[in-house]
Design a protein around this ligand. Structure first.
Ligand code: NDP
Length: 498
């Protein structure tokens, strides 16, 4: 039965005045649930609830906040399989990846829970006697979390885990393609027992609900993951309001294959990196830059392997790749395939929408690869679908120049057994993440995640201890226990050599 959800405001599921929309399974076209487009007034109510809750939540000791995160992690664990199936049904990634999406929340909530007992500041010596100096992190206030559809549990998990342990209340606005995942996510937090108003969720369009959250005067920071153009708007809006903003935007990630690479290992990584989640990961390997000496061999292997990939029902454990997430995703992917064909790129494999039988109910595109020139649009623009662009490089320097020629800078990878290339790549590749002998995907929650250039203009990082930076500010504290007025920079003269 199709469930009609409301909005989660102030610890309760509430009816909305807004028009309803449906969320559908991209493999079958079935309606899964309906959600409201929150109104402006409802945005105000959610922020009001978050603001009221913040005053108490920030005073809750951080270890206690961490305990609630741990409690939530336990519930996510218990419900993992059910939640994974919902991820797969609503977003279309294969079930193994659906489980991975939920596991990322479990991992990060467990990690963030521990942060409640650390959240270290510093003690720093004073230049004056009987005086102590230290730094502490403090929560910025109620925050807005705006998330995309491609990791519909993991991304809300990363953002909310860090916000909660830092002491911030939040209003989450998930992608309109995956509200059901967000609703199930929020149900877990509700069951875990976060105080009323700490967790709020609104569904509805980015331009009304997302923007309404950002513009609200009581929202003190926004953490946004999505496309570059939306990110630019969010960045400008936050700047006008003079609030903190964290941006995780698009990618055009490259795997470099050097002539000494282990080809089997490389091809395993290429298939996973390019066609995992049907190429719809921000860290997907959408470019393969191959040393000229192994180019022909790599292309032959790529074609052979891509032709064998089984595309179909993402709930079927034997399927390698599911549908793309929506009609718009399908349209955009097919348009780019059209661009490749029109601009004279050489189609190596795939290149068509899959048709007939169950394929006709969903949005299935063949795993596709083109051999492209380094100036081609397919070599430079984010496609966000199962389309890999293969480029030939003369040598290491040429490969790095191609890798760095895009406006994005999220993830990167090099396959080589030569220590020199791997260490040089670590420094030379303009990206927030570099993998050696592994594809561009595979982030772990205890390390910082994020990019440079247009992927990450705010230089914020999710995950790792750096995740707290988005949601806290530093307070410097001076404690003078000398019992008299001591003047920094002035009284110090008397102390020299004293
Ligand atoms: P979008 O930028 O279209 O949307 C992201 C979120 O922003 C959605 O919740 C959307 O709501 C909302 N939104 C849209 N317009 C506005 C607005 N004017 N003000 C506030 N919020 C708004 O991205 P997608 O959801 O299509 O996600 C795909 C993109 O995300 C890709 O470019 C991908 O590379 C990037 N991404 C980056 C990651 C990273 O860590 N660097 C990780 C994952 C994805 P609605 O759905 O209602 O339109």
């Amino acid at each position: 039965m199709v469930q009609d959800f409301g909005l989660f405001i102030g610890g309760k599921w509430r009816k909305s005045e807004g028009k309803r929309f449906e969320t559908r399974n991209p493999a079958t076209g079935d309606v899964l649930a309906t959600f409201p487009n929150a109104t402006k007034a409802e945005v105000n109510e959610a922020v009001k609830a978050a603001k009221a809750a913040f005053e108490k939540w920030k005073k809750t000791p951080a270890p206690r906040r961490g305990e609630l995160l741990l409690q939530a992690a336990r519930i996510f664990k218990r419900k993992k399989e059910d939640l994974a199936r919902i991820v797969t049904m609503e977003m279309g990634k294969i079930i193994a990846e659906g489980r991975g999406d939920v596991q990322e929340v479990i991992d990060f909530y467990e990690y963030a829970a521990g942060e409640g007992r650390r959240m270290f500041g510093e003690t720093v010596p004073s230049e004056l006697p009987n005086k102590m100096c230290l730094t502490v992190r403090l929560p910025v206030g109620p925050v807005g979390l705006i998330t995309p559809w491609n990791f519909p549990m993991a991304i809300p998990g990363w953002k909310s885990g860090a916000a909660l342990v830092a002491g911030c209340s939040f209003v989450l606005k998930p992608s309109s393609l995956t509200p059901l995942c967000a609703a199930k996510f929020v149900e877990v937090l509700d069951e875990a027992g976060f105080p009323t108003g700490v967790v709020n969720m609104l569904t509805g369009s980015g331009s009304v609900v997302g923007d309404g959250i950002i513009q609200h005067p009581d929202i003190r920071a926004v953490s946004f993951t999505g496309g570059v153009e939306t990110g630019r708007y969010v960045y400008e809006s936050a700047a006008k309001k003079m609030i903190k903003v964290g941006l995780e935007l698009g990618g055009k990630n490259a795997i470099i294959a050097m002539d000494d690479a282990n080809i089997d290992l490389l091809m395993d990584g290429v298939m996973f990196g390019a066609f995992g989640t049907a190429g719809q990961r921000c860290t997907a390997a959408s470019r393969l830059i191959v040393h000229r000496k192994i180019y022909d061999q790599v292309v032959d292997e790529l074609v052979e392997r891509a032709e064998k990939l089984k595309v179909g029902d993402p709930l079927d454990e034997k399927v390698d790749m599911g549908p793309v997430a929506s009609p718009d995703q399908e349209k955009k992917t097919l348009e780019y395939i059209g661009v490749g064909k029109k601009e004279g790129d050489k189609l190596l494999v795939g290149g068509e929408r899959l048709k007939g039988g169950a394929y006709d109910n969903g949005f299935f595109v063949q795993p596709t690869a083109f051999a492209v020139d380094r100036k081609a649009r397919l070599a430079l623009e984010e496609i966000f679908g199962p389309v890999l662009s293969v480029l030939k490089a003369k040598d290491y320097e040429d490969a790095v120049a191609i890798a760095n020629s895009v406006k994005y800078g999220l993830s990167s990878s090099i396959y080589t057994n030569d220590l020199r290339w791997s260490f040089r790549a670590m420094h030379d590749l303009e990206a927030g993440i570099t993998y050696v002998n592994a594809p561009t995907i595979g982030a772990e929650v205890q390390l910082p995640f994020g990019g440079t250039k247009e992927t990450g203009p705010t230089d914020t990082r999710e995950a790792g201890t750096t995740a707290l930076d988005e949601f806290t500010y530093w307070k410097t504290v001076y404690v003078d226990y000398s019992g008299r007025l001591q003047k920094a920079q002035i009284d110090t003269e008397k102390l020299v050599g004293g």
